[in-house]
Design a protein around this ligand. Structure first.
Ligand code: HEM
Length: 215
């Protein structure tokens, strides 16, 4: 089996299945009363945590290509980015549909008046154009601008971390850990720029191989 066959037939399906496990577990536990005394809050917390975790995993792809030289991980980047978006949408939908039960005036008030929710809202909104442009057609159509657009993933990640930091009352260890990871990834990104001669590709990267949520 060639390396590219391995990625296509083993790594991609394995990562796909693994990325669905947290959602499957939430659904399973939800239906079997296993989410504790506050199930809606538990869903909110878990989906938020996974959205941020998938964002960070996606951002690890470029350093993994450049430092140990695992070039083929690029093929998983789009999928990982889309899973970040998937969990962010579950998080947002749980808040809108289950927590607030579509009380639009309350939701609008929350978004406008509670800064930590405003920040989460901006973070999730920024992921929408990234997910929408993560296909080969948009990569080709946007050319170099695609890379610039997809650098917004760092902004979304930073806002996600800020949102987390803001909402925790006492124990800030977890959001601070996420903040360190993000700063580290950003530092690697800024230090080691891609060679200008890198070729364009349609599998989730542009000529300047941008780090993105979706590709
Ligand atoms: C409009 C958008 C969003 C809303 C309304 C929202 C709302 C919430 C709420 C209500 C909680 C639970 C707070 C608590 O009960 O203590 C929460 C937790 C969380 N959210 Fe969001 N959020 C949004 C977007 C995001 C995004 C985009 C991310 C990540 C990129 C994110 C990451 C998190 C994390 C990490 C937690 C805490 C998880 C934990 O404690 O383990 N949120 N969010």
């Amino acid at each position: 089996m060639t390396r590219s066959q391995f990625i296509r037939f083993v790594a991609e399906p394995a990562v796909f299945a693994a990325a669905l496990v947290p959602a499957g577990l939430i659904a399973w536990q939800g239906f079997h009363g296993g989410l504790g005394a506050e199930p809606i809050r538990e869903i909110q917390l878990r989906t938020g945590w996974w959205a941020l975790t998938f964002l960070m995993i996606t951002l690890c792809v470029t350093p993994l290509r450049r430092i140990p030289g695992w070039n083929d991980v690029i093929k998983l980047r789009r999928m990982l980015g889309l899973f970040a978006f998937f969990y962010a949408m579950l998080h947002f939908s749980n808040y809108i549909g289950i927590d607030q039960f579509f009380a639009w005036s309350e939701i609008t008030k929350d978004i406008l008046k509670r800064p930590w929710i405003t920040v989460g809202f901006v973070a999730v909104t920024l992921l929408v154009p990234l997910a929408a442009t993560s296909n080969g057609f948009m990569i080709r159509k946007l050319g170099r601008r695609w890379g610039a657009l997809h650098r917004l993933v760092y902004v979304s990640g930073a806002l996600g971390v800020l949102h987390f930091l803001w909402l925790v009352k006492k124990d800030t260890r977890e959001p601070i850990t996420f903040a360190f990871i993000l700063v580290g990834l950003l530092a690697l990104r800024l230090r080691r720029r891609a060679p200008k001669s890198a070729k364009p590709r349609t599998e989730g990267a542009t000529p300047r191989e941008p780090a993105t949520a979706s590709g």
